[in-house]
Write a protein that binds this ligand. Structure first.
Ligand SMILES: [Zn+2]
Ligand SMILES: [Zn+2]
Length: 298
């Protein structure tokens, strides 16, 4: 009798979810439902048979980050000040590490790794150096969340694509986003995985620009991938939205390593789309490592 798909699922271990947030991330911690979220996320991992998790909490250090009300969404909007600048609480490393240790004791069957999602590393390595050495994180994900925003009025102002789309043409915002990533890759060696290459697509204004067409920005995406591949670093297969072209172009541009990341901010979101993502990656030659938290390589 042929084994059922469900049976196969149990035999093939899922890769680690290497991009997960808990109440120790500023944008999750503002949620009244946040306390205990790291524990509940671990319990969910055990429930679905996920062998390993990396809690990569936000570290965003932009000193002049502009936003407009509603841009950060939900409870996080409270951090948009009356002055139009975002003021987020700093990362509580000690509280986070204590929670990690409690979860390791409570969930011995789960491998729990430490990490951060470090925003704009090319701009803040001096500021982050102390945290990075104290934390000795298992994984540092590098993210580009903001772009220069001279329209904001201050010379150092930056803002998220979601805000910028109201000030510039959609294509210009996307081009700017993709042009800055190679500068981030060249400007910082402190991150090992580039997260959500499609971050600016999340807020793409389809109502004025039509559905997002990756082929219109193919050269920009490929040039990001070439710059990252040249350093030997990994691209995240961010499963919030699954794009077959992403692993395909990454392989064609010389990419060798991939990490899986759901970018979940709630327990139910972990490992979302991982089976489909794994199939896409296998199709272009990526294979698992020995341990669930190893990068997939080709
Ligand atoms: Zn992010
Ligand atoms: Zn994230």
């Amino acid at each position: 009798m042929a084994p059922s798909a469900a049976h196969d699922d149990r035999r093939t271990p899922l890769p680690a979810d290497a991009h997960v947030h808990s109440e120790w991330s500023w944008d999750s911690g503002s949620d009244p439902d946040a306390p205990g979220r790291m524990d509940r996320t671990c319990a969910q991992a055990v429930r679905i048979g996920l062998p390993a998790l990396v809690f990569t909490e936000h570290v965003d250090l932009d000193p002049s980050w502009r936003a407009e009300r509603g841009d950060l969404g939900g409870h996080a909007d409270r951090y948009v000040g009356g002055d139009g600048y975002v003021h987020v609480p700093s990362f509580d490393l000690e509280g986070y590490l204590e929670n990690i240790e409690r979860c390791r004791t409570r969930f011995p069957e789960l491998t729990i790794l430490t990490g951060i999602e470090y925003g704009q590393p090319h701009l803040h390595d001096d500021l982050a150096a102390g945290l990075l050495s104290r934390g000795r994180f298992d994984r540092v994900n590098g993210s580009l969340h903001t772009l220069p925003f001279p329209e904001g009025g201050g010379s150092e102002d930056r803002t998220e694509p979601t805000t910028l789309y109201r000030h510039r043409s959609p294509a210009d915002v996307m081009d700017s986003y993709l042009a800055e990533i190679p500068r981030m890759v060249e400007g910082s060696e402190t991150f090992e995985v580039l997260t959500h290459i499609d971050y600016a697509v999340r807020s793409w204004p389809a109502e004025i620009a039509g559905p997002f067409d990756p082929r219109a920005f193919e050269e920009g995406f490929r040039s990001v991938m070439r710059s990252l591949a040249a350093t030997g670093r990994a691209l995240e297969m961010n499963t919030r939205r699954l794009w077959p072209w992403m692993p395909q172009w990454w392989a064609e541009e010389g990419g060798r390593a991939v990490a899986f990341g759901s970018d979940a901010h709630v327990p139910e979101g972990i490992a979302g789309g991982f089976r489909e993502a794994a199939a896409m990656l296998e199709h272009v030659g990526f294979r698992p490592g020995d341990r669930p938290w190893d990068m997939w390589r080709r």
